[in-house]
Write a protein that binds this ligand. Sequence first.
Ligand code: PLP
Length: 337
Amino acid sequence: MNWAELGFAYLPTEQRYVSNYKNGAWDEGGLTTDATVTISECAGVLQYSQSVFEGLKAYTTKDGRIVCFRPDLNASRFVDSAKRLHIPEVPVEKFLDAIKQTVKANAAYVPPYGTGATLYIRPYVFGSSAVIGVKPAEEYQFRVFCTPVGPYFKDGVKPLTLRVSDYDRAAPHGTGNIKAGLNYAMSLHASVTAHEEGYDENMFLDPATHTKVEETGGANFLFVTKDGVVVTPKSDSILPSITRRSLVYVAEHYLGMKVEEREVPFSEVADMAECGLCGTAAVICPVGKIVDHGKEIYLPSGMEKMGPVTQKLYDLLTGIQMGTVEAPEGWIYEICK
Ligand SMILES: *Cc1c(COP(=O)(O)O)cnc(C)c1O
């Protein structure tokens, strides 16, 4: 395998995990080599989009261990997401066991240390039984598969250009704070048209007033002010990114920076020194330019590289994940040696 050349695409591996929920309980669950799902044509997920998911990675550390980064937070977010769509929750222990089994069984697909590649893990749960009148399904399937993915900054770091979207990704008191495929379905049109017009991503503003920064649809924002304060938007309709929460902790406890989680008026963005997008895929990806209906905002960090704080945060968090920087207690979950 040429690890460094891998992109971000589905490449099926040998084994995946499946567990079924029936008559009010989850079965034992286990591994299978069958990569296809067979369900009713009228399954709850197909008709009424009853499905939530997670995304995390397995890494090979410098000393050769295979580890995951804070999977307990994915497990608890998966519970929160499921509850909101009336899907029976997968207990935290069951979730972690499924991750462990899946990664262990596919250990040959975990890229070696130093390649920049990782094993992306996708847990998801969906209504599998037939539903035609609108109500929750009675049966569910929980699955975990994984796929090796290449280094995010394969061709070097290229700061992104965003546009302020005219569409909303979430409604006030809606589902913006859970990891549901339905949030992505409704952002596809905004995303495709942004790409067609030459932008990398959309910046979504708060759905009620369109005056405050929310997120991009797949990543949370992190700003650095000219006074060196790390600022991240607080809102009930953004997805609580584990990467963003971890970066904020690193800024505070490793770099001794002041951190604020608060509402961020869009009008403040033009005064920021750095802007980054946080998520499992990239850790943090710098933003160079934001376009608001023709009005261009250039971040002082420029279009060539990460800003200095963004770079430090990136180096520290990836170091923690790869075992070259000491991790806070409980952040690294060992799968096997
Ligand atoms: C998954 C996701 C993120 C990033 O979360 P991480 O836990 O850091 O990977 C951000 N926004 C949305 C909408 C997401 O679905």
